[in-house]
Design a protein around this ligand. Structure first.
Ligand SMILES: *[C@@H]1O[C@H](CO)[C@@H](O)[C@H](O)[C@H]1NC(C)=O
Ligand SMILES: *[C@@H]1O[C@H](CO)[C@@H](O)[C@H](O)[C@H]1NC(C)=O
Length: 423
């Protein structure tokens, strides 16, 4: 991804430019659950989780993630938050499904993270007058998107219309420069064509809060997007006046094993479906549970104003290596296979629902509903080598490209095209 021109443009336009954090978080666990929805509205489906290892399916609001976590899959040790999204499956012509692997983003090295995502926190920037942020609060949770949506029914003049989108990569090319989310480069629906370098999800969370409710029953009404069409420089609505850092995430789906159109449906339609049975992509959604230690996020937002987003530029936070990130895991607790195998159906009760009507719940669901106390996984985290480089070995004109030796203890990175490390 290429924020540098955006950053340069913002820097030229606004002397009061504030910086941003941009960092990888590896996979913590992948399993079927859905605590942040009203029961009876959405059937639990498979999500990938990143962040602090105090994550637990019960989602007890009294657990302080920052205190209870002993490790995190995120680059900054202080971030014990949890972030999760639904995962993508490929549907073969014979009707079987297999989970689509995930891979490191552009410029997130050194090191190749195991699955997961890239997380961003942006300071607000002029011309908005809401420059005084509140960096969330313990117990704060929110979600964005609607897993049951199957059509584009959002007013295009609102920020919400671009809150969740997809980028179709051709080879190593990062695509359009600037903030993701806008058509024609990025689409609200899953790409219809072959994306030779993979597909990236782009997800913006609401950045305006009512300042009172940490997590209402719908997990959504306490927050709002800014007024108007964009995420940057726009004002919060009067109903939600407290400015939060803008939380944004990107997930890279390695669709390269499925590029051959002979594997696609005979009618030429695209073959990927989200775990909630969504072949459109309009149901893309994500969840956030705040879990930064103490005042670390607020401190970082106040002090890390170098507008390059490099993790090494934010010296008030503590870095860990990709290996440490990849080795923080929690065991799967729902006893069922959701990845690395061809499946007859999507896990849970999530039949494909094409829309355009909103998806509905299956009436009688016989899916596994028990959990087990499992041991930590002992197998090595699997790592995919993306088609692009994640860092730069030498001097570079790319201000966002970290150099390969910038993080102490970091291991060398295989070049694109090299054999991935053994899983
Ligand atoms: C279905 O197709 C996939 C992809 O071609 C193949 O790997 C898998 O073995 C097939 N499954 C069955 C049950 O035939
Ligand atoms: C900034 O926001 C905080 C929390 O909402 C508030 O207590 C404080 O007074 C604000 N500061 C300024 C300078 O507006």
């Amino acid at each position: 991804m290429n924020w540098n021109l955006l950053v340069v443009a913002v820097a030229l336009a606004a002397p009061s430019v504030h910086g941003f954090l941009r960092f990888g978080c590896s996979n913590l666990v992948t399993e079927r659950f859905d605590p942040l929805v009203t029961p009876g509205q959405v059937s639990p489906h498979v999500h990938q989780v990143v962040g602090g290892n105090a994550f637990d399916l019960t989602m007890d609001p009294n657990v302080d993630l920052a205190k209870a976590s002993t490790c995190t899959t995120c680059r900054f040790k202080e971030d014990k938050s949890n972030y999760w999204t639904a995962v993508l499956y490929f549907k073969a012509r014979n009707g079987s499904y297999i989970r689509v692997p995930q891979m490191s983003n552009h410029n997130t090295g050194p090191g190749l993270q195991s699955g997961g995502m890239t997380v961003y926190y942006f300071q607000p920037s002029a011309p908005t007058k809401d420059l005084n942020i509140t960096a969330f609060a313990p117990g704060f949770r929110m979600l964005v998107g609607n897993p049951m949506r199957r059509k584009d029914d959002i007013d295009p003049n609102t920020a919400a219309a671009q809150a969740t989108s997809f980028r179709c990569f051709q080879g190593a090319d990062p695509g359009a420069i600037g903030a993701p989310g806008a058509p024609p480069g990025d689409t609200f629906h899953l790409p219809k064509q072959v994306c030779t370098g993979g597909i990236r999800s782009n997800i913006y969370f609401p950045q305006c809060w009512d300042g009172k409710n940490l997590d209402p029953a719908d997990h959504q009404s306490h927050v709002a997007h800014p007024v108007g069409p964009g995420f940057f420089g726009t004002d919060c609505p009067a109903t939600h006046p407290v400015r939060l850092p803008l939380l944004f995430m990107e997930i890279n789906w390695d669709t390269r094993p499925f590029n051959d159109k002979k594997l696609w449906p005979k009618d030429g339609s695209q073959p990927f479906v989200f775990s909630m049975g969504d072949p459109t992509g309009y149901g893309q959604h994500a969840d956030y549970v705040f879990g930064w230690e103490g005042d670390s996020l607020k401190r970082a937002m106040d002090q890390c104003t170098v507008p390059d987003g490099l993790v090494t530029s934010c010296t008030t936070l503590t870095l860990q290596t990709t290996e440490q990130m990849n080795n923080c895991r929690v065991p799967v607790k729902v006893p069922e296979v959701v990845e690395n195998k061809w499946l007859k159906q999507l896990p849970g009760c999530n039949p494909i629902q094409q829309g355009p009507g909103y998806a509905t719940m299956v009436k009688r669901c016989n899916a596994v509903s028990t959990t087990v106390n499992a041991h930590l996984p002992t197998y090595a985290p699997s790592v995919v080598v993306p088609p692009w480089s994640v860092c730069n070995a030498g001097p570079t004109p790319e201000p966002l490209t970290p150099s390969c030796d910038s993080i102490p203890g970091e291991k060398p990175v295989p070049a694109p095209g090299a054999t991935p490390p053994p899983a």
